[in-house]
Design a protein around this ligand. Structure first.
Ligand code: UT7
Length: 307
């Protein structure tokens, strides 16, 4: 069975917070943030619902579909606007969708987990699925905590996946989770994000490399076949370390964290969209999508674009 990515959309809030602006209230500097993370600014504002609606509508339009064509909505979010109900039905309502709608929370791997979920739904009879990663991380950041405040940003990215019996853009997946590492990155009810950054960094490189190697082996390719790496955007040094171990030239890596910061489950679709806008998505070429996050969770997929 085959799955095609047929439409994409994004949304970011207008308000931009630069490193210099953060340095006015935190014991940090543009130099430290840029050198240690690669982040220069982040967009802040909106809600998981409002950003998701905008990105979702663009993706459906981009796919050339009507809202009534969408069979299922899967929303990946770490920062639902409410504990209950899920964000997906509210996004569906705001978009004008009447299909089933549910959330998936796999933190920064969320978009890839949602794509995997959509794949399963397409395998069992659905024809067109909208997947949205949407995050309002700024709401759960303690803006006096320099450890987290410099890293996160808000935004959303969406993709339409369509069943195609004749071929597939998605060639392989490898997903994983390790709940014994749950305490490394948390946000308790009523609290803020907290992280053991060094340990998350160390494990992130390991799981990205491992899952990417397994996804590539399953697709029957090696890293030399890749034209593009679309990684989760947490830290440029994590991407560099993983790319080096995978023998992928950094010129092939899509980088958006300089402009958006870490947008968790939105970061991979935001990066895809950026690559496409810059003419880097070419039919017939192989790309690796790879993410990791709280949980810990991780997910890699090999795709070959058909459009
Ligand atoms: O999306 C998935 C989850 N998140 C991640 O993947 C993030 C993974 N971790 C990281 O990206 C990095 O570990 C951080 C960016 C969080 C931290 O970078 P690091 O190179 O691991 O720094 P560190 O924690 O080892 O801290 C180095 C120094 C410390 O000072 P001392 O002890 O050497 O005097 C920190 O107190 O930098 C200090 N520091 C800061 N200084 C200025 C920590 N945060 C800041 C800051 N500004 N914002």
């Amino acid at each position: 069975m085959g799955v095609r990515f047929t439409g994409w959309g994004i949304a970011v809030p207008e308000r931009i917070v630069t490193n210099d602006e953060l340095s006015q209230t935190l014991d940090t500097s543009d130099e430290w943030i840029t050198e240690r993370t690669g982040i220069r600014q982040r967009h802040v504002g909106g809600s998981a619902m409002s950003l998701g609606i905008t990105a979702g509508l663009e993706a459906v339009k981009d796919a050339g579909l009507e809202l009534s064509d969408i069979d299922f909505l899967v929303v990946a979010t770490t920062t639902p606007d409410r504990l209950c109900p899920a964000t997906a039905p509210m996004i569906a309502n705001g978009m004008g969708l009447t299909c089933p709608a549910m959330d998936v929370n796999a933190a920064c791997s969320g978009f890839m987990y949602a794509v995997r979920t959509a794949y399963g739904l397409l395998e069992t009879g659905n024809k067109k699925i909208l997947v949205i990663g949407t995050e309002n991380l700024s709401r759960w950041v303690d803006w006096t905590d320099r450890n987290m405040a410099v890293l996160l940003g808000d935004g959303a990215g969406a993709a339409v996946l369509e069943y195609d019996p004749d071929g597939s853009d998605l060639l392989s997946f490898y997903l994983g989770a390790d709940g014994s590492a749950a305490d490394l990155l948390t946000c308790e009810h009523g609290g803020f994000f907290e992280m053991n950054g060094r340990e998350v960094f160390r494990r992130a490189v390991r799981v990205v490399v491992d899952s990417a190697e397994k996804a590539m082996a399953s697709a029957g390719i090696t890293s030399s076949d890749l034209s593009l790496m679309i990684p989760h955007q947490a830290n440029i040094r994590i991407i560099q370390a993983a790319a080096q171990r995978l023998d992928i030239d950094m010129d092939k890596a899509v980088i958006t964290l300089d402009r958006y910061g870490n947008t968790s489950s939105s970061s991979i679709p935001l990066a895809f969209y950026d690559a496409r806008s810059n003419g880097r998505i070419k039919p017939g070429e192989f790309a690796l999508m790879t993410g990791f996050g709280a949980g810990m969770t991780w997910a890699s997929a090999v795709v070959r674009w058909s459009r």
